[in-house]
Every structure is written in structure tokens, then in C-alpha cells.
Design a protein around this ligand. Structure first.
Ligand code: ADP
Length: 439
């Protein structure tokens, strides 16, 4: 028998005994009824307590009732606790999930069925130029005004991505954002954004590079095939034949130099930076390139240049010997090729007070005006196109020098005033340089 039934029987019995004490059977019956009534009032009050508590559903404030109602309260309390825990877990999982999307390098925006922003991560807000908190609930079409986006959103065909300018994009500072909408649920939309500025720039550079290489190869190729055709159609006297063959060989040489420079560049780009393993004597490197430059000057300049090696105390340089020699000889060959015959060229290694080791080449040539200086190390950038070609330049020399310097942790600097010669410097960081102890 449950406790409630015992309580009820007790009260009914008490009522009946009280009625019996009044010495009338009817009174006993009435007493039993009163007992039952009192019990149901008490029980009703307990039920009310439970209902009031259920309305609040707060597991921590369960009413203190005994018996069956106590049992009911306890079971419901446990159920509420379980649900509360589950809700807490779901909240934590949602937080984690949103934090992960927040950390994504891609932008994510959730739009409701009317196209209002429900949620956005910071990346998307940055890509599209809105505020992820303040602009919640705003129509995205009012915030992103790029015409391509407006018609994309209105068109409803989201099978492909579109590209729009990022906020603050300028011709001098392009910013491109790729964007695609993915519909989901009941007319809701997931919008993903990606910053593709660097990809676009790389693609543009690749296109320019291919166009430049094709152009550079086409010119000597056209000249060569012209000569071949002439020699095939016109019988030439021996001196003319000799001259033509000489010119043809010059063009072939030009293509060979270009291909060799291109291979050097691609090797430099595709291989890991040289470790600090090999230590080379700076004077050994210098002697090598000075001899080479003197040979070049004898061959192309009349009178030859006055090429001098500065005699600062030699030291050790660490890096890839062939790369360093290639960078140094490119600078010297430029000085010789651009300085008129008889001019002076100085080259040498010197240790700076801050521990850097510098290789410099100065000449008394035409110099370079300031507006060209920042672009000199770009591939195929030439100030004096015809002089470059005349002297067998490929337009890649300084790009190679810059790559070599950067791979060794250093940089290239140019100082020049138009008409007053130029000085090119490769500066290597202190960890690439070691003083030579002379004993
Ligand atoms: P190039 O093969 O044309 O010499 P580089 O990359 O070596 O290509 O040099 C780029 C351009 O920088 C050259 O075309 C030239 O106009 C300019 N330049 C380089 N070195 C000198 C120099 N010592 N004096 C004047 N101009 C120079």
C-alpha cells in the first residue's frame, strides 16, 4: 500500500472514530467523509506546489514534499537536470563550432530566408567590409553594393563563384574577393568568401612572364629564320656568308643566354635555401669575378675599363659558391656593359660595423634615375632596352641577384644618380659572415 493510501485511510478512520464517539452511526459516517475531505485538501496543496515548481522548471528549487508527490518531484527533477546538462553540452558544442568557423581563413556568412545576416565570422566581415556585430540582421544587399554581387544575389543562380573588389581596393592596391552562395535549409543561404588577391597577382605575373619570355625568344628567332631564308634563296659571296653566319651565331647565343638565365632563376626558386655549411674566402670569390669582368671588358669595350678590386681585409662568407659567384658576376657584367669603354669600375667585399658583409660594385656609367630603382630587380625590367640587347642582356640578371641575396638571408640595394654612375650592393647578414683570423 502506498503512503498516500495509508494517509487517506488514517484520516478517514480518525474521522469515523470521532463520529462514533458522538454515539451515532451517522456521525461516524460524516466523520469519515470529513477525514477524506481534509486529506484531499492537503493532497491538493502538495499537487499545487509541484505544479508551481514545474512551471519554473528549476531543478535546484524542487519543493520539499514527501510520499508519492515527493517521488514524482524527484523523478521530474532528475529529468530536468538531464535536459539542462544536455542543453549545456549543446551550447558548448555550438560555441566550439562557431569558434572553429571564426578561426577559418575563409569567410562564412549565414543568411536567413529574406537575405538578412544571421551570423558572420570576422574574416567574412573583413572581406565584405561590414561589422559582424552591428550589422547582424541587416540585409546583405544593402551592405555589399558591388554590382556583380547585387545581380548574383538577385539572379538566384549560385552554381559558380563570383569575384568582387575587396573594401578599400585601389588600382595601386588591388584586393580581390571570391564569393559563392550555397543555398540550404528553408531558403537559407551559406555565403563563403576567400581573399584571392595573391592568387590573382601571381596569375597576372605568370601571364606577363610567359608573354615576356615568348617575346624575348621570338625576336632572335625571327632574325635567325630571316637569315636562313636569305641563305637558302640567294647565293652569297664568301664574305657575306661569313658575316651572316656571324650574326646568326650571335642570335643563337642570345637565346642560349636567355634559356640559361631562365634555368638559373627556376633552379633558385625551386630549391631549398643554401645552408650555412660552406665557408668561402671573400677574396677568392672577388678574384674570380674580377678576372671574368676584365675578360668581358676586353671583348666588348674600346678602350677597356679600369676595373679595380678594393683591398679591404678578406673574410669568410657562407653560402652556395656557384650562386654567390653568379650574383657577383651579374653585377660586374652590368657595370662593364653599361659603362662606356675607358670608364672605371670598383668592386669588393667589406665588413660593416653592424656585422653585415657587403659585396659592392660601383661604376662611372650613365647611372639610373630614381623612378626606375624600385623596379630594377623585376624580371625583364630594363631602363635602357637597346643597350641591354646590344650587350647581350636578358633582363634577368638583377632578378637572379635578388634571388641569390634573399636565399642567403640578405638583400640587394642600389644607389645611383642619373649621370653619375651606380653602386649595387649585396648585403649578407652577420650569420653568413665570419672574420678571418690572420696569424
Ligand atoms: P639586363 O640583362 O638588361 O642587363 P638586368 O636585370 O641585369 O638586365 O638589369 C636590369 C636593367 O637595369 C638593365 O636593363 C639596365 O637598364 C639597368 N642597369 C643594370 N645595371 C646597371 C648599371 N650598372 N648602370 C646602369 N644601368 C644599369
Amino acid at each position: 500500500m502506498t503512503r498516500r493510501a495509508i494517509e487517506l485511510l488514517l484520516l478517514v478512520a480518525l474521522g469515523a472514530v470521532w463520529g462514533w464517539a458522538q454515539e451515532a452511526a451517522a456521525w461516524a459516517f460524516a466523520g469519515a467523509l470529513v477525514g477524506a475531505l481534509v486529506w484531499s485538501i492537503f493532497d491538493g496543496l502538495r499537487a499545487r506546489n509541484v505544479l508551481l515548481w514545474l512551471n519554473k522548471s528549476d531543478a535546484a528549487r524542487a519543493p520539499n514534499v514527501s510520499g508519492t508527490w515527493g517521488e514524482v518531484v524527484e523523478r521530474i527533477r532528475k529529468l530536468i537536470k538531464k535536459l539542462e546538462k544536455k542543453a549545456q553540452n549543446s551550447d558548448a558544442r555550438l560555441e566550439d563550432f562557431l569558434a572553429a568557423i571564426q578561426a577559418s581563413p575563409n569567410g562564412v556568412v549565414l543568411l536567413d530566408s529574406a537575405g538578412r545576416i544571421e551570423w558572420s565570422n570576422l574574416t567574412a566581415a573583413g572581406h565584405l567590409g561590414f561589422d559582424p556585430q552591428r550589422d547582424l540582421g541587416q540585409y546583405v544587399r544593402n551592405l555589399v553594393r558591388a554590382p556583380a554581387f547585387v545581380s548574383y544575389l538577385a539572379g538566384g543562380d549560385f552554381s559558380a563563384e563570383i569575384q568582387i573588389d575587396g573594401p578599400g581596393a585601389r588600382p595601386s592596391q588591388p584586393a580581390k574577393i571570391s564569393l559563392q552562395i550555397h543555398p540550404y535549409g528553408k531558403k537559407r543561404k551559406l555565403m563563403l568568401t576567400r581573399d584571392v588577391t595573391a592568387v590573382q597577382l601571381a596569375e597576372a605575373m605568370r601571364r606577363d612572364f610567359v608573354a615576356n619570355v615568348s617575346h624575348e625568344i621570338r625576336t632572335p628567332l625571327t632574325v635567325l629564320s630571316g637569315f636562313v631564308e636569305t641563305m637558302q634563296t640567294i647565293p652569297l659571296e664568301e664574305p657575306d656568308r661569313e658575316r651572316y653566319l656571324g650574326l646568326m651565331s650571335q642570335q643563337a647565343q642570345r637565346m642560349q643566354t636567355l634559356v640559361s638565365d631562365l634555368l638559373t632563376l627556376s633552379r633558385l626558386e625551386g630549391s631549398p635555401a643554401p645552408g650555412p655549411g660552406e665557408w668561402i674566402a671573400s677574396d677568392e670569390l672577388l678574384d674570380h669575378v674580377i678576372q671574368e669582368a676584365r675578360g668581358l671588358s676586353q671583348a666588348i669595350a674600346k678602350p677597356p675599363h679600369d676595373i679595380r678590386a678594393t683591398d679591404a681585409p678578406p673574410f669568410w662568407v657562407s653560402g652556395a659558391k656557384t650562386e654567390l659567384l653568379s650574383a657577383m658576376s651579374n653585377l660586374l657584367s652590368n657595370a662593364v656593359r653599361y659603362t662606356p669603354g675607358g670608364g672605371r669600375v670598383d668592386a669588393g667585399w667589406r665588413l660593416r660595423d653592424d656585422g653585415y658583409g657587403e659585396f659592392f660594385v660601383s661604376d662611372t656609367g650613365p647611372g639610373i634615375s630614381a623612378e626606375h630603382l624600385p623596379r630594377l630587380t623585376e624580371r625583364f625590367y630594363r631602363v635602357d632596352r637597346s643597350r641591354s640587347r646590344e650587350t647581350g642582356g636578358t633582363g634577368l640578371g638583377l632578378a637572379i641577384v635578388k634571388h641569390v641575396a634573399q636565399r642567403h638571408g640578405g638583400q640587394v640595394n642600389v644607389h645611383s644618380v642619373l649621370g653619375e654612375g651606380a653602386t649595387f650592393v649585396i648585403a649578407l647578414p652577420p650569420n653568413r659572415v665570419r672574420a678571418r683570423v690572420t696569424g
